[in-house]
Design a protein around this ligand. Structure first.
Ligand code: ZN
Length: 324
């Protein structure tokens, strides 16, 4: 799959949505075009997801970002338009997603992100987008998809025959649940919003409860907490001796666990993921085994979209489509 280069831009300049500091709203600026250093590629961005982390990054930005202004956007997919020195295995025209928050510091926080015509990425962070996969879905796979897949399949090690609990059937929980179901695990969901229960049941889960405390003593092999609303103790109460609770969600900044609840059990945190996670999620999206809900917006609507996200006026995900 190949795309034309974005037209109509001023020579050597491109547009970028940037955090400028002082808690100012994100601003649309003209910046120099991207160039690829050694080991890097330039990507013409075609789709970029909007994420609550963008808002968190801007809140922390003045204290943490190594330079300002900083282009936001860490869920990106597009087409390689230039290749830096020493890069092998990739060509101009390749369609890729970028792993922006795996082992390397996240784009949008420490390096420029993808709310721009172009993005520079390390070649080691590229995931190959299969022919036929929509780039909005590919962009989503790089963050929510990667994180949820990694937590349940890699950190939690979900496999066939395991009894697995998922706390929180939101954007992450939906993907994690489906990945574990497809792997052959018996998956149970705890979700307070009863209106999404039919979705969970349609995804092939064995049962849904309102509150994870109903699982106490039921000898789960693994519970993954995508909510994090002080639900860790409930996860630990559900797992058997030798079983594992994985914490992913950050609904509340702290949790309380009775000291004896952790004896004989494992409690792990899971952060981000890898290119391999992203490519596995690409395959699940391409085969329509996972169908996330999202809304497309234009590049010029990114600033307004982040405001809507901040004010909790968004259901599902927002993905900006541009550059064609
Ligand atoms: Zn994100």
């Amino acid at each position: 799959m190949r795309f034309r280069r974005a037209a109509k831009k001023k020579e050597h300049q491109m547009k970028a949505w940037q955090y400028e500091g002082d808690r100012k709203p994100i601003a649309l600026n003209e910046v120099p075009e991207a160039t690829a250093g050694p080991g890097e590629v330039v990507i013409d961005v075609k789709a970029a997801g909007l994420c609550h982390s963008d808002i968190m990054y801007m809140e922390l930005g003045d204290a943490v970002m190594p330079f300002l202004p900083m282009t936001q956007g860490h869920e990106n997919a597009g087409v390689i338009s230039a290749i830096g020195e020493g890069v092998t295995g990739w060509s101009v025209g390749d369609v890729v997603g970028v792993c922006s928050s795996g082992e390397r510091p996240p784009a949008g926080m420490f390096t420029h992100g993808g709310f721009a015509d172009q993005l520079v990425a390390n070649a080691a962070d590229l995931a190959r987008v299969p022919e036929g996969l929509d780039l909005a879905l590919a962009a989503l796979a790089t963050d929510a998809g990667m994180t949820s897949h990694h937590a349940i399949m890699k950190t939690g090690g979900a496999t066939a025959g395991m009894k697995v609990g998922v706390i929180g059937y939101g954007g992450l929980g939906q993907i994690g649940t489906r990945a574990a179901v497809l792997a052959g695990a018996e998956v149970h969901v705890a979700e307070v919003k009863e209106d999404v229960w039919p979705l969970a049941l349609a995804a092939g889960v064995a049962g849904v409860v309102k509150d994870a405390d109903e699982w106490a003593g039921q000898n789960f092999d693994l519970v993954v907490d995508y909510a994090g609303f002080d639900t860790t103790a409930k996860a630990l109460a559900a797992v058997r001796r030798g079983g594992t609770a994985v914490q992913v969600g950050l609904g509340k900044p702290t949790f309380t666990v009775p000291t004896n609840a952790i004896l004989g059990k494992n409690l792990l945190g899971s952060l981000g993921g890898s290119v391999a996670d992203i490519e596995e999620v690409f395959a699940l999206l391409l085969s329509k085994e996972i169908e996330p809900v999202y809304t497309e917006i234009g590049f010029d609507e990114i600033g307004e979209g982040l405001e809507r996200l901040k004010n909790n006026q968004v259901t599902g995900r927002l993905v900006a489509r541009f550059g064609d």
